[in-house]
Design a protein around this ligand. Structure first.
Ligand SMILES: NC(=O)c1ccc[n+]([C@@H]2O[C@H](COP(=O)([O-])OP(=O)(O)OC[C@H]3O[C@@H](n4cnc5c(N)ncnc54)[C@H](O)[C@@H]3O)[C@@H](O)[C@H]2O)c1
Length: 265
């Protein structure tokens, strides 16, 4: 199903199936919309049935149909069940987006084991487990049919340069950036591409309490493009990574942050 590179059709995903874990969130929903808008039949995945149905209803009418599947991405059994259900209902998976996330701005010495484990479970281990459960299918399919796939993991600018307050989150995100490079190396020969999408600062549920007025002023003042991100800003990069337009991109970090991490003072 390769399409020629370098023209608009290489950004289309007709005939493909995308699974967006965390697709009920602010960024995940826009990511799912971009994929469905490009023709992918898209499965929005989250823990909450009502939010999931609302997200898929909001995305109705795009080129690819959008359906919700419930799954707690920290649970291996849920993920294994998800892979089976999507393969039964859609027959294939071509794009996996790891987009679940939680955050907390607790001072380092006050982080409890419970909080540490909760954040690592969602921001790190859920991605590891999803890459294993979907990866088993991707690898088997690549071996039998020669068909590739794309894994897009949502990372963070916090993974590289320390940002105040978010210790556990930054540590977990650094781990999935690292995992992505390892999987790019491991699965590149099979045509399974693995990349990190790195958003800057986008107001969402998980960072609502972190983005107070003073912090927003500091962030915007350090951003060459002079504003916070909005979900639409991610759509182009997602389509680049998901489909044939990005066919020679693997192990990469595509930063969408208005230039925040490109500059010092
Ligand atoms: N908003 C930003 O500025 C920003 C910046 C960098 C990275 N990110 C990352 O983008 C991704 C999306 O976050 P967002 O900002 O849209 O926040 P959000 O809170 O709106 O969305 C996060 C989603 O993850 C889901 N989720 C949490 N735990 C889950 C679990 N166990 N199983 C399944 N789903 C689960 C939530 O239900 C929610 O739908 C996250 O990985 C986040 O770390 C966000």
């Amino acid at each position: 199903m390769d399409r020629p590179g370098g023209d608009a059709s290489s950004f289309r995903l007709d005939g493909r199936v995308a699974v967006v874990i965390g697709g009920t969130g602010v960024l995940g929903r826009r990511i799912a919309g971009a994929l469905a808008g490009a023709g992918a039949r898209t499965v929005v995945v989250g823990r909450d049935e009502a939010r999931g149905e609302a997200a898929s209803a909001a995305l109705a009418g795009l080129d690819g149909d959008v359906r919700f599947e419930r799954c707690d991405a920290t649970r291996r059994g849920d993920l294994a069940g998800l892979v089976g259900r999507v393969l039964r209902s859609h027959g294939r998976v071509d794009v996996l987006v790891n987009g679940a996330g939680i955050n907390a701005g607790t001072p380092f010495l006050e982080i409890t084991d419970e909080e540490l484990e909760r954040i690592v479970a969602v921001d790190q281990l859920a991605t590891v487990r999803a890459c294993q459960e979907f990866g088993r299918y991707f690898v088997a399919r690549a071996a039998s049919e020669g068909t590739g796939a794309s894994i897009v993991t949502v990372g963070s600018t916090a993974a590289a340069v320390p940002l105040s307050k978010v210790f556990a989150y930054a540590m977990a995100k650094a781990a999935v950036h690292n995992l992505t490079r390892n999987l790019a190396r491991e699965w590149g020969p099979l045509g399974i591409r693995c990349n990190v999408l790195v958003p800057g600062f986008f107001p969402a549920e998980q960072n609502r309490s972190l983005l107070d007025e003073g912090r927003v002023r500091a962030i915007v003042g350090h951003t060459p493009l002079g504003r916070l991100g909005v979900p639409d800003d991610l759509a182009g990069a997602v389509l680049l990574l998901a489909g044939d337009a990005g066919r020679f991109i693997t192990g990469a970090e595509i930063v969408v942050d208005g230039g925040f991490s490109a500059v010092s003072i």
